[in-house]
Design a protein around this ligand. Structure first.
Ligand code: GLN
Ligand code: ZN
Length: 772
């Protein structure tokens, strides 16, 4: 029996990598310093696992930015616009330019697209393929890291994204070919990489094939079979671990079971039911090892040993011990690192803490389960088992969890709760009268730059180093300055800037009941960006207004309309660690009612426009289509519950980013927001197609400024994007805005970009008035 860890967080327990990256990007440190930080993190991770006795320790699970971008670099899949940089610059300049874009005296190149990794909140850099795409072995990262660990005396298991998954999660950049047909060109390069790893001494390879949790067509399935057969033929003694996660093998099971691989990994926390199916499947080759992903890599609840032992017991009856590996369900990249760092009982009560396990604790759970199965009955071990049992029992019966009025409200939910009083067409008329906005109204998505100072004040306030009054004064000043800036720039619908908010979900979680918080529970979202998801452990309700104070303050400073700014129920759910003791839909409805109460209070306080952000609706989609309808029904209904308590002349906005909209456009329309702002600038308005084809009826702001890149778009560039939008959408329905919040940007670039944005809107107004 072996223990198998699929990947470990790489940001560092105190976000060392994040800090080091950002320092390097700001040119405050050398590449060498960044490399040193990275090396230390890798070492620490490997040593931690080695000391616990993990058998299969991953390498190449580290990345400076993203593991998919690493693969693109490894296979020389570098879009043409970077050619000059590739030929003349350093590899690190090239790498970060692909990730973030580059704007220097010499170069002005846009970044590659970014999108969410399956149904997680981790964003990867989307590989771009052209028709005559060629591959070459361009980087030796995987083998370098293998050798680095080997030099420390640790023989690791390199983790690679399988060629098929790599192709499928990428995008064709021109018409006329199917990216899966590039497999024949990619495989030889992939094999070169395998040769390097074998020569360096690798015995196992973890091939990540999460596309097996998706619907696949016959051609794609055939590509999988072909890949593994070829690997087996070329590398007969290499031990391949076919690693699917985030779902069931489902109808791909027969395919998977017939592949010539050493081990098959199954995600038992997402799909426990597949265990029986596999054990009883007629194709199941009992010589093949099963890697049982029994410790949840996606959530923070302690493993329930009692339940796990029942499952594992079933396997033990069928398979010899040597053929069983105990694993995490997926990479621990999606878990916070260390529960032991959590000492603040104010935000994470002791009672709740005992129900949790972070990455380090999960590795321990994996090791402990192996010992138990191996028949270890030492006192120390039995003590840990007893503690686990007690904690899990305690959670079931805790009084912290239940709030009856909330349960009742959800139980009594009716159709009226999710219905605005009038249709969009009549609402648009009364809103136009009430707001009197020009054509191409300009606005932003909510947050303004969160400077060092703002973050410093917040952390001082949290540590009780400054008083509430002093902190509030800082926030008030910053808000006022932002209002003045927006007024002077000529923006039409203002925002207060969200300076009082750390994070769009955490802020609300802290004010709602049923949530707990870690202090160091950071999880990587994209690049150096991390989020600290709240923990929903109990019934959710609102005990007091959450945003009314700052929104009304901002509105009091100006004659222009200020948008109230809220996070929607689906996004709060999606970006939190959610309790696993009731359906997600129920938790979402509870949150929806809490947000509705806030929307109504904002309206009462005089805000005419309220935005309910739902950037996470799409990532909540189940990976297989068959399950979409059920999810979308409760998700869209939840949004509507939150938005439907207001009068017709109150304008409800929503915002979404980094989403494909084509296949859910009907449901997005069913949200019935008066205005939707969406990301489009990285994909040059491609994302708008869905709205156009569907004849999306409501107002829409296609993002014209890519805020995930430090690059400032010019007035003509923005006007060009707007012209594209104006060609296909009714002019009166078009809004002008960045594609997301500005909190990660600096002030100077924000100012220049927004000035250009307002000028572009003016240009458009002039143009349409001439045309009229
Ligand atoms: N209102 C939020 C902001 O501007 C929206 C962020 C998001 O969509 N992720 O920061
Ligand atoms: Zn956004």
């Amino acid at each position: 029996m072996k223990t198998n860890i699929l990947g470990f967080p790489r940001i560092g327990g105190h976000r060392e990598l994040k800090k080091s990256l950002e320092k390097y990007w700001k040119k405050n440190s050398s590449y060498n310093e960044l490399q040193q930080t990275a090396k230390l993190i890798r070492q620490e991770n490997w040593k931690f696992q080695q000391e616990l006795g993990v058998d299969l320790i991953p390498s190449n699970d580290f990345s400076y930015y993203d593991q998919v971008l690493d693969a693109s670099l490894a296979y020389g899949c570098i879009p043409e616009r970077y050619t000059e940089l590739k030929n003349n610059g350093t590899t690190s300049d090239l790498y970060f330019a692909m990730a973030r874009g580059i704007q220097t005296d010499k170069y002005d190149i846009t970044a590659m697209e970014m999108t969410k990794w399956f149904d997680t909140n981790y964003h990867y850099i989307v590989p771009e393929f052209s028709k005559d795409q060629n591959f070459e072995l361009f980087s030796s990262k995987a083998v370098d890291e293998f050798k680095e660990a080997k030099a420390l005396g640790i023989l690791t298991k390199p983790v690679l994204i399988s060629p098929v998954t790599y192709l499928l999660i990428g995008k064709e950049k021109e018409a006329g070919f199917d990216r899966i047909d590039l497999l024949d060109k990619l495989l030889p390069v992939f094999f070169q990489q395998l040769v390097q790893l074998v020569v360096a001494g690798a015995e196992y390879i973890q091939l990540d094939e999460p596309c097996l949790s998706l619907d696949l067509n016959a051609k794609e399935k055939a590509a999988i079979t072909k890949t593994y057969k070829k690997i087996a033929a070329e590398f007969p003694s290499l031990k391949i671990i076919l690693t699917n996660y985030f779902g069931c093998y489902g109808d791909h099971l027969a395919t998977a079971l017939q592949l010539p691989v050493h081990a098959l990994h199954i995600d038992l926390s997402r799909c426990p039911e597949q265990l029986d199916t596999i054990l009883n499947a007629k194709f199941y080759n009992q010589k093949q090892i099963l890697s049982l992903g029994i410790v949840d890599g996606r959530n923070i609840w302690k493993n329930d040993f009692e339940v796990s032992l029942i499952q594992l017991g079933k396997v033990l009856k069928k398979l010899p011990k040597e053929n069983i590996w105990i694993s995490t369900s997926c990479s621990l990249l999606h878990s916070p690192i260390d529960l032991n760092l959590e000492t603040n009982e104010q935000t994470l009560p002791k009672e709740v803490k005992q129900w949790l396990a972070f990455a380090k604790q999960k590795v321990k759970e994996v090791c402990l389960l192996k010992k138990l199965l191996n028949g270890d009955v030492s006192d120390a071990l039995l003590e840990k088992v007893a503690a686990n049992k007690l904690a899990n029992q305690n959670r079931k019966t805790s009084t912290l969890i239940h709030h009856n009025p909330t349960k009742k409200r959800v139980a009594q939910l009716t159709k009226n709760d999710s219905q605005r009083a009038a249709t969009f067409t009549s609402r648009q008329l009364v809103q136009q009268k009430a707001l009197n906005l020009p054509l191409f109204p300009t606005t932003t998505i909510g947050s303004f730059p969160q400077t060092k100072e703002v973050r410093k004040w917040r952390s001082q306030f949290k540590k009780n180093e400054i008083s509430q009054a002093v902190y509030d004064q800082y926030i008030a000043d910053e808000t006022e300055e932002t209002i003045r800036f927006q007024e002077s720039t000529g923006i039409d619908v203002l925002v207060h800037g969200e300076f009082e908010r750390n994070d769009m979900v955490e802020y609300f979680g802290e004010k709602l009941e049923g949530f707990a918080f870690s202090s160091y529970g950071w999880v990587q979202s994209y690049g150096s960006r991390c989020v600290k998801p709240p923990i929903i452990y109990g019934d959710v309700y609102r005990s007091a207004p959450m945003t009314v104070k700052w929104s009304t303050y901002a509105q009091s400073l100006t004659q222009k309309p200020v948008k109230g700014m809220l996070t929607g129920p689906v996004t709060i759910l999606q970006w939190s660690f959610v309790r696993n003791d009731q359906p997600r839909a129920t938790t979402c409805q509870q949150i929806a009612f809490a947000i509705r109460d806030e929307v109504v209070d904002l309206e009462k306080a005089g805000l005419q426009i309220i935005q309910i952000d739902e950037p996470a609706i799409r990532e909540g989609l189940p990976l297989r289509k068959a399950a979409w309808e059920t999810y979308l029904n409760w998700a869209i209904e939840s949004f509507r519950i939150s938005a439907s308590g207001v009068k017709n002349d109150t304008q409800i906005h929503t915002h979404m980013c980094y989403s494909e909209f084509n296949d859910i456009i009907e449901h997005i329309a069913a949200m019935d927001a008066d205005v939707i702002t969406i990301e489009t600038s990285r994909s040059k308005m491609e994302l708008l197609d869905a709205f156009v084809n569907f004849k999306y009826p409501n107002e829409i702001g296609p993002g014209v400024y890519d805020i995930h890149s430090p690059r400032v778009p010019g007035t003509d560039e923005i006007a060009h994007l707007l012209t594209k939008a104006n060609d296909v959408l009714p002019t009166r329905n078009i809004w002008v805005n960045p594609d997301c919040g500005l909190k990660t940007r600096d002030w100077p670039e924000t100012k220049s970009a927004l000035i250009n944005l307002v000028n572009a809107a003016k240009k458009m107004r002039a143009k349409v008035s001439v045309e009229a």
